[in-house]
Design a protein around this ligand. Structure first.
Ligand code: ADP
Ligand code: G6P
Length: 472
């Protein structure tokens, strides 16, 4: 620690997130190894982690006995155990069947169950206790996302000496929707344990300030909420980003270009390739885009030789009911369009329900003429940014939902309302028939913005808003 009087072995910088930034790899000899996950967050925080003996507290992703804290990839990792019942109630239940749909405009009906809330409280307390034991005197703790909204308040009660930041990666709904939550005051008080609460969009930060006035009766001014105990909590937007240089480097490799060409040949060398890459989630508007494309084929506005769709859907939260239903819906839609418009060896929509490495994703982005990003609601949407990062030659078109946080930053994209089928169809055709000069102009402007606003800038602007003192 800075003053030298630190608790020995503790960290001056602690990240608390539902998941650890490492993936478990079981080797053939039966031993367990850990590999750093490819995520942008861990890359962005790497320099801060290294300069401050950083620690990361999170769940290892299984219900097996949690390993003891260990050091890996320059970080101190503290696994938080979850029992099978806690995974069901805290993770699949309250986090992903209550909060996730409520915070995404109730696209799916949220389920409110008291025993899920109890599990959420209990698990949040476990994370807060682990953070309290790991943080050095006066350390800086950064708590992430909707799974851990009670941690800031719990942690402050245990360790008033800490500086606490919180960032919500998903949208925060307006009071009209948030007010339905039976535990709305507890959640707000949980978040207000932080000194700084960060959101993706300015609108979410204003929702938060309005919520603290309306549901807790607190005074606010500009970005500040005044608490009865005299503390002041700030709320601001910090749009997250990606490691642009790293992904662009992969996209520029000759083998990536070869793989991109191979992908186009394998799907029958259509004139144009449309691409969707998403977790299989009902917020992503996957069905909407497939229906719009199918109608274009049926109407004859687009022919199967002219354009082929590739949809990559990452398996996600597969034991949650709404995700099972969605999978059936999407797969039925894909089967229909291929049955009607496909030919032998030439599906209209190539659909993959699988995970892929960064290299394969970069090749897909390089292979796509039109990137189709149509969420019904999305905190940010990093896929849109990844596509732009890979288009270093200023080619390609981005079709982007106005309901994704990314729409605030990319006004040069083909912006759409995914609920408007006709609008979606016309915009798809516009993007498919975009002339190269216009494409270059749009992509160049989007890339200029992205290159200036990468994930390092996101992390450092949040952290410097939280404290000017942290060494990076
Ligand atoms: P969300 O966080 O809701 O899943 P984002 O678009 O913000 O949505 O981020 C998704 C991340 O997951 C991106 O970095 C993307 O590259 C990655 N990803 C999406 N699909 C796959 C896949 N099939 N295999 C591996 N990574 C994927
Ligand atoms: C979104 C959430 C993250 C979450 C990720 C993957 O990006 O904001 O908190 O980790 O989805 O979902 P999962 O449930 O597999 O962690």
């Amino acid at each position: 620690s800075k003053g030298g009087s630190g608790r020995s072995g503790r960290s001056a910088f602690v990240v608390v997130a539902n998941r650890l930034p490492v993936d478990r790899v079981d080797t053939p000899d039966g031993s367990t190894q850990w590999r750093r996950s490819p995520g942008g967050l861990v890359t962005a925080l790497d320099p801060v982690m290294k300069a401050n003996k950083g620690a990361w507290i999170g769940w290892a992703g299984s219900t097996d006995e949690a390993p003891e804290p260990f050091d890996e990839a320059g970080m101190h990792l503290v696994p938080v155990p979850l029992s099978a019942k806690e995974v069901e109630e805290y993770y699949e239940g309250f986090s992903n069947a209550t909060l996730w749909p409520l915070y995404h405009d109730v696209i799916a009906p949220p389920v409110y169950r008291r025993e899920w809330w109890e599990a959420y409280v209990k698990v949040n307390r476990r994370f807060a206790e682990a953070a309290a034991e790991t943080a050095d005197d006066g350390a800086l703790v950064w708590v992430h996302d909707y799974q851990l909204q009670l941690v800031p308040e719990m942690l402050r009660a245990l360790r008033p000496d800490l500086r606490i930041g919180y960032f919500l990666h998903i949208p925060l709904p307006p009071v009209e929707l948030f007010a339905r939550l039976p535990w709305r005051q507890q959640i707000l008080r949980g978040l207000l344990g932080a000194d700084l609460v960060g959101f993706q969009r300015p609108g979410a930060a204003s929702n938060f300030l309005r919520l603290t006035r309306r549901l807790l009766g607190y005074q606010t001014q500009r970005d500040q909420t005044f608490l009865p105990d005299g503390r002041v909590v700030r709320a601001r937007s910090f749009p997250i980003s990606i490691d642009v240089a790293q992904l662009e480097e992969i996209a520029r490799r000759p083998e990536t270009q070869r793989r991109a060409e191979e992908i186009r040949e394998e799907i029958g060398s259509p004139a144009k390739v449309l691409l969707g890459i998403d977790r299989l989630d009902y917020t992503k508007g996957i069905g909407e885009r497939i229906h719009a494309f199918a109608e274009l084929l049926t109407d004859g506005d687009v022919t199967p030789d002219e354009a082929t769709f590739i949809q990559v859907a990452t398996p996600s939260r597969e034991r949650v009911e709404q995700y099972k239903l969605l999978r059936d819906e999407v797969e039925l839609a894909v089967g229909r369009v291929n049955g009607t418009h496909g030919r032998i060896g030439r599906p209209a929509v190539t659909y993959l329900h699988s995970n892929h490495d960064r290299e394969e994703l970069a090749a897909l982005y390089r292979a796509a003429d039109v990137m189709v990003v149509t969420p019904l609601r999305d905190g940010m949407n990093l896929v849109a940014k990844e596509y732009i990062a890979c288009r270093y030659d200023n080619t390609g078109a981005l079709l982007l939902s106005e309901f994704a946080g990314a729409a605030d930053e990319f006004r040069q994209a083909f912006l759409v309302n995914p609920y408007d089928v006709d609008g979606l169809k016309t915009t798809l055709v516009d993007a498919l028939r975009l002339d190269p000069r216009n494409a270059t102009r749009r992509m160049r402007s989007m890339r200029r913005h992205l290159v200036e606003h990468d994930v390092d800038r996101w992390a450092s602007s949040f952290l410097s808003a939280l404290t000017g003192e942290l060494r990076t």
